[in-house]
Design a protein around this ligand. Structure first.
Ligand SMILES: [Zn+2]
Length: 127
């Protein structure tokens, strides 16, 4: 059973992770004004397109690398935001599949976990 005190610690952990992710995302890209959950990759600083095809390929390669990190960070941020929203809704610590409690040790390992241990294999099925 998750105590209120434990829940508060997990909330603080999520809030710190949100700050770290937002800092990292702002470094790599910019938030889409039309959709705050979406982040767009910025062209790496100092990388400019020019006449040299090889150089341009390297710039594009950097943008792809950036975009992959951006997508991963964006996914993590959206998970963290979803988890924080549950504190407002009063559903934090509740398995989204069974409606049962999520084990405190699972939340310690991943405060943004959406399911209990029994249902973690099906977490990817959630929208
Ligand atoms: Zn469950």
């Amino acid at each position: 059973m998750l105590t209120e005190e434990h829940k508060q610690l997990l909330k603080e952990k999520l809030e710190r992770e949100r700050e770290v992710l937002l800092t990292e995302l702002s470094r790599l890209g910019a938030q889409n004004p039309a959709n705050p959950a979406d982040w767009m990759a910025a062209k790496p600083v100092g990388d400019e397109f020019g006449a040299d095809r090889t150089d341009n390929a390297a710039v594009i390669e950097d943008m792809h690398t950036n975009n992959a990190s951006l997508n991963e960070l964006e996914g993590r941020l959206n998970n963290v935001l979803r988890a924080l929203q549950k504190f407002t809704n009063g559903t934090y610590g509740v398995c989204e599949i069974s409606g049962g409690p999520i084990e405190p040790e699972r939340l310690d390992a991943n405060p943004a976990a959406r399911t209990s241990i029994a249902h973690m294999r099906d977490e990817h099925l959630l929208s």
